[in-house]
Design a protein around this ligand. Structure first.
Ligand code: ADP
Ligand code: MG
Length: 335
């Protein structure tokens, strides 16, 4: 594969890729959620993850944790009368541990099978947020299970939860989703990648902490968007490619409309315009494209947005959408 060397780099530093994917890649709504299922899904994920390594990149992985942290919240609540409850930052840390283990375990097996000699480091990652972030005034991110109105009333009164009703589905806890400012310990993550290790970091968007008076970090009840954290990690690691894996093969202009057009190449200026004209909803594609824009503007490098099935072809530039620093948009038809 001589087209691996399309990126020229100093010395023998290999290009670095950072990939972000949702927690539902490792636990889908239709699953029972057993451990066996989760290991099997992790095994499947390693198949597309090694494609990136085969392509010649060093790799850092940022996984989501929505369904997994939801399950821990159910455990915490069910055990309320027996074990003191834990806060959300601790629950996020717990998913970084369990999911990091499952991914690292299955990655190790996959690397062995393919005779790839690499170390794997699953890292607990604290991410700093601003205690003054306006998100703390209006919790908006739904987390955990759906509740009946009866139970929700009780939880709002007794436990002081903020909850919202999703019509037809029930009530859910909402928590603040502040913007991440920086990753604690980026320097170590960078050294690990330079040392050719596969790094799993920033899981679930990171453990949210804020800097208190006197410079002490304290955990806080919040969740951070994993795509934003992945963008910061990709910038900190001087990544050459930032991959955002989702459930659509490409980004479309006028998505879902009769005049919809799929994009292979999306220059950052046009991405910004599409963002301003509300083409990317805040609850889905919005944060992905915003984190892509942030990365491209900070580094001049590229972002690939695609789905797992298209990743291999996308790495050969024949699938997916690339958000790039400049140039013209390129449209394609969906095969
Ligand atoms: P994830 O679980 O990966 O966060 P989301 O469902 O939150 O995925 O976001 C991806 C979804 O964004 C797609 O399935 C698609 O329905 C939606 N979407 C919104 N705008 C666009 C667009 N312009 N191009 C492609 N997909 C879009
Ligand atoms: Mg999403």
């Amino acid at each position: 594969m001589n087209d691996r060397n399309t990126i020229s780099l100093d010395g023998d530093r290999k290009p670095v890729a950072v990939i972000a994917f949702g927690g539902n890649a490792l636990l889908r709504p239709q699953d029972h959620g057993t451990q066996e299922e989760q290991f099997t899904l992790a095994w499947k994920a390693t198949r597309w993850l090694v494609e990136i390594i085969h392509r010649g990149y060093e790799l850092a992985i940022v996984h989501g944790n929505g369904p997994q942290v939801g399950n821990i919240m159910i455990q915490v609540e069910e055990a309320f009368t027996k074990i003191p409850p834990q806060s959300l930052d601790v629950s996020v840390a717990q998913t970084q541990g369990s999911m990091g283990y499952m991914l690292a375990n299955q990655l190790r097996n996959r690397l062995n099978e393919e005779q790839l000699d690499k170390d794997i480091a699953a890292m607990l990652t604290q991410v700093v947020v601003d205690r003054e972030d306006p998100a703390f005034d209006r919790p908006s991110k739904p987390v955990g299970p759906y509740y009946t109105a009866y139970r929700a009333n009780l939880l709002m009164q007794e436990a002081g939860w903020e909850m919202v009703e999703e019509p037809g589905r029930g009530w859910r806890k909402v928590v603040p989703s502040p913007k991440p400012l920086r990753i604690l310990g980026s320097r170590l993550l960078k050294r690990l990648v330079e040392d050719r290790a596969i790094v799993v970091a920033g899981g679930g968007g990171g453990i949210p902490v804020y800097e208190d008076v006197g410079g002490y970090y304290r955990g806080v009840e919040a969740v951070i968007d994993k795509d934003y954290v992945a963008s910061i990690l990709a910038t900190d690691l001087d990544a050459d490619l930032f991959i955002v894996l989702t459930n659509v093969p490409m980004i479309a202009e006028h998505y879902g409309r009769p005049n919809q057009k799929w994009l292979r190449t999306l220059p950052v200026a046009q991405a910004r315009e599409m963002m301003a004209s509300n083409q990317f909803p805040p609850g889905s594609m919005g944060p992905k494209v915003q984190s892509a824009i942030d990365f491209v503007e900070a580094t001049g490098k590229e972002v690939l947005i695609t789905d797992a099935d298209s990743l291999k072809k996308a790495l050969e530039r024949s699938a997916g959408t690339f958000i790039v620093a400049d140039g013209e948009p390129e449209y394609v038809s969906l095969q």
